[in-house]
Ligand binder design. Structure first.
Ligand code: FMN
Length: 170
């Protein structure tokens, strides 16, 4: 079955559980130079009257540089049989290994030129709108937040992007 574009309004509410339960691949870059990593944190919603997707990337990730350098990023939700690939892309760095080749994934490029994977059941293509580092001085719920950060910080950078294309297999 091939991926085909779908309208945002036809998506089911289950999509809002996508990050924690399906841990998609976040990918940014160009045809010759892109890198995926597994993510578990993110939100979908509405901001500035646009459908948006926010993801959180620590600066030490190899993917971070791709997120910084490119105007688009993608979220690829892979089916159950790619569990091993998701574990691999969430534990190995693209600095040391070509994760796309190692996992046997097939990179494709959206109408906006953003990389994603043919094996996905659902793909969101996002245009960066707003980028901001999470900030220790803004934390209210220390019990929930502090365990993720040591004394030195390495706080995630939040990327909020407008969802500009969606592909799904139905
Ligand atoms: C289930 C899961 C969820 C993850 N979620 C995130 C996340 O939301 N943000 C993040 O910065 N790293 C997250 N990671 C860690 C990165 O995927 C991991 O460090 C990866 O090796 C980075 O690859 P890279 O160096 O090629 O970018 C997650 C890892 C796993 C296994």
């Amino acid at each position: 079955m091939k991926l085909h574009p779908v309208d945002m309004k036809n998506l089911r509410p289950e999509i809002f559980n996508l990050f924690q339960t399906q841990t998609p691949l976040l990918t940014a870059g160009t045809p010759g130079h892109c890198n995926p990593m597994t993510i578990g944190w993110g939100q979908l919603g509405t901001l500035w009257n646009k459908p948006v997707c926010t993801v959180y990337v620590r600066p030490e990730r190899f993917t971070y540089q791709f997120m910084e350098e490119n105007p688009f990023y993608s979220i690829s939700v892979l089916p159950e049989e790619f569990k091993k690939a998701l574990a691999f892309c969430g534990s190995k760095s693209g600095r040391d290994t070509d994760k796309i080749q190692a996992c046997g994934l097939t990179a494709a490029f959206s109408a906006h030129g953003a990389p994603f994977f043919e094996e996905a059941n659902l793909v969101l293509i996002c245009r960066k709108l707003y980028v901001q580092d999470l900030d220790a001085s803004c934390v209210c719920g220390h019990d929930a937040v502090d365990p993720f950060y040591g004394k030195m910080g390495n706080w995630h950078r939040a990327y909020t992007g407008e969802v500009v294309e969606i592909y799904a297999k139905e």
